[in-house]
Design a protein around this ligand. Structure first.
Ligand code: PHE
Length: 373
């Protein structure tokens, strides 16, 4: 007598019937075919090939069949699952190809589109000229240093040998910074020149020292074509053993040549500054006519007004009183200093007629000069 087949369960094995398997297979293939995106396909894959998919469940029921039926059912279910797996892989490949093609079209960059519709700005020519000059001096071993624009009167005047209450302070048309109370002085001014950086540098670094210091300066001038209350200077200071006026002249000539062209030289005219002794004004030989226009009415020169020379700035040998005020021994060290107006330099370098153009910040002015790197 044969024993009952305990594992045979006619309800469960319903799932492995040929019709059912064929239906699950057809459903799965239809779902795969109708997936239109990779995300959709991912969901379909879980539904038709995941652990809870009908064909996976059917596969688990094979063991419940009578042994004789297992091989045949296993083969059918295996085939159905393979067909589903293959269809998934094919659809995946198809959808990926479609996506890649779409991305290529959607993300294409039209290199022929204009790129310069938003106008680009440009660096201000005063910035570029400062850097050009600084470069010339850095190449000679100078250091570039900075100083504050709101300056202590002591640095702006006293340390530089301007006597107290002497009218020479007024000569610089100073903006004084008001104190906290009416009529009180704060001891601060808007620096009238870059020379206070001389005192700051000597106090901070001592000697020997070689520095240039470009920056903004202020005087109570009315704004017009040749004056502005805010202007820029570049200061130079060299203090070392044995420096002479010959070194000063050589340095200025080198700068003139580097900036204005071969053979352009400078000339010194006696002058007075409290912080240099002797002092001089520096003229630059006209770099356009090189002096040829002087006395030749047929060939006037616009750059120098047929003078042959252009006023450039002030200079001199550092006054020993300044060295002493800044703790440098004048018996051992000597030095020279110079200060030039940058707006002036730009005016004759680039033939700018009106200083106001330099401070109005109109990009139409900066563009032609500012493209220099
Ligand atoms: N500080 C002077 C001025 O503004 C220029 C100068 C600088 C003169 C250094 C001599 C030495 O006029």
């Amino acid at each position: 007598m044969s024993a009952p087949n305990k594992s045979y369960d006619p309800v469960e094995v319903e799932a492995v019937k040929p019709d059912e398997v064929a239906r699950h297979r057809a459903d799965a293939l239809a779902a795969i075919a109708s997936a239109t995106t990779l995300d959709e396909l991912h969901q379909v894959k879980i539904a038709v090939a995941g652990d809870r998919a009908p064909l996976a469940l059917a596969n688990r029921e094979i063991g419940a069949l009578p042994p004789a039926a297992r091989a045949e059912a296993g083969k059918r279910i295996g085939e159905a699952r393979n067909a589903v797996k293959q269809a998934l892989a094919q659809r995946q490949e198809q959808l990926e190809t479609e996506r890649d093609e779409r991305v290529l079209v959607e993300e294409a960059v039209d290199v022929t589109l204009p790129w310069d519709r938003a106008p680009r700005g440009a660096r201000h020519p005063l910035t570029t000229i400062q850097e050009r000059i600084a470069d010339i001096f850095v190449a000679m071993g100078y250091q570039v240093v900075d100083g504050p624009e709101i300056e202590a009167e002591w640095y702006n005047f006293d340390a530089l040998n301007f006597p107290p209450d002497h009218p020479v302070r007024d000569l610089q048309d100073t903006f004084f910074v008001a104190g906290k109370q009416e009529g009180q002085s704060s001891g601060l001014v808007l620096r009238t020149h870059t020379s206070p950086v001389q005192a700051r540098t000597l106090l901070a670094q001592g000697a020997p020292v070689y520095v240039v210091s470009p920056g903004r300066t202020y005087r109570t001038d009315e704004l017009d074509a040749t004056h502005t209350p805010v202007f820029s200077q570049i200061e130079g200071l060299a203090v070392d053993e044995g420096l002479t006026m010959g070194d000063l002249k050589g340095t200025l000539d080198h700068w003139a040549t580097a900036m204005f062209g071969d053979g352009v030289i400078t000339r010194l005219r006696p002058h007075f500054f409290p912080f240099t002794e002797p002092s001089a004004e520096v003229d630059l030989q006209c770099f356009v006519c090189k002096g040829a226009s002087v006395g030749d009415p047929d060939n006037p020169c616009r750059t120098c007004g047929s003078e042959g020379w252009i006023e450039w700035g002030g200079c001199g040998m550092v006054n020993p009183r300044v060295l002493i005020a800044c703790g440098v021994d004048p018996e051992r060290y000597s030095g020279f200093a110079f200060g030039m107006g940058l707006e002036r330099s730009l005016m004759f370098l680039n033939n700018v007629k009106d200083m106001r153009d330099m401070i109005e910040g109109d990009v139409r002015f900066t563009l032609p000069f500012g493209m220099e790197i």
